[in-house]
Design a protein around this ligand. Sequence first.
Ligand code: HEC
Length: 126
Amino acid sequence: MKMIKNNITLPTKLFLSLSFSLLVTSVVQAADIQGNAEQGANKVRLCAGCHAIPGYRSSVPEVYNVPMIGGQSAGYMVAALQAYKKGERKHPTMRSVAGSLSDQEMADIAAYYAAQDAVSKANKLK
Ligand code: HEC
């Protein structure tokens, strides 16, 4: 009887430990996404029309009441973009903007904006 019990529980144990390692792996991969500011510089055309950055002027900051994101922390920006994507933040334009971005794109764009300061040169790629 003891043998049978072990035969049943061993595959179950293996299955549980495999599922657990897969879960841990996917969580670690999500946390592993590194923002690349140079990649991000290519991806901010869409943002530039609304978000004014010092040295990187958009024509419409007065028309839209848009928060300044140049120099904001990357972690804050990714969290904000994820919240728009999930619908936890409600602004309709930002929801559709964030909904079109992958996790990697968010990280790259956030790294780009986080690196901006008052003396940053205008982005020629916009
Ligand atoms: C059509 C104009 C428009 C475009 C295009 C746009 N945004 Fe926004 N964005 C806004 C407005 C308006 C808000 C404030 C919304 C609110 O009150 O929730 C905002 C909010 C944000 C916030 C939150 C800021 C904070 O202080 O909490 C982030 C981050 C952001 N936008 C990033 C981006 C990025 C990155 C892009 C390009 C991929 C982009 N936005 C494109 C208008 C725009």
